[in-house]
Design a protein around this ligand. Sequence first.
Ligand SMILES: [Mg+2]
Length: 236
Amino acid sequence: MLCDIDGTLAPIVAAPEDARVLPEALAALERLASHYGLVGCVTGRPAAEARALVPVQAVAISGNHGLEVWRDGAVHLAPQAEKYLPAIHEAIQMVRNDGLLPELGSQVEDKGITFTIHFRNSPRADHARRYLETQIVPKLERAGLAYNFGRMVLEVRPPVPVDKGAAVVRLRGRKRIDNLLFVGDDRSDLDAFREATIRIAVNSAEVPRQLIQAADAVVDGPPAVVALLEHLAEVG
Ligand SMILES: [Mg+2]
């Protein structure tokens, strides 16, 4: 049993740093981990942050959309991503030294092997986005980094084909698992659905239609995910 965190175990809140996993979810994950072959969380957050949100040692953690795993008390980067760390650091410095981005209301979030430029709080988000497209993206391209625009964000990452699907494969490792259930609420969870045998989508006003279409079942928000986990823990 693998699942996403934000919007799945933790209700969505305005500021990501205020997000909390429902306490009943932690209890249910712990019980599940005692009789399932694999219980883990696969998230876009850095692995260390995810570990702090889900402080249950028996629950495996993959962070930064599969670029990191938490093992033996430390973050381990996907081997193919490691060599891009200096380029990511340089790009963060380049963005931080850009005089205009703060004026445009943009904020940089350093996530280790990736970083995110947020422009949701920009007074003119369209200006911020155009500036990023014309001034920042070409520099990222020259640095050989990958990027994509999300909802009011520009996400920058190493150019390696690692996603939540690869994260599932890595967590599964050599374990013999016949049925793998994945629960998620957003577009990136579609990649994990690819590797799952049972796909559960978490419904919300913002859920992508493709996720609902790809799901075997749909539940209504994090409290319903908790109910599902508790049921699974019960039936063992
Ligand atoms: Mg989510």
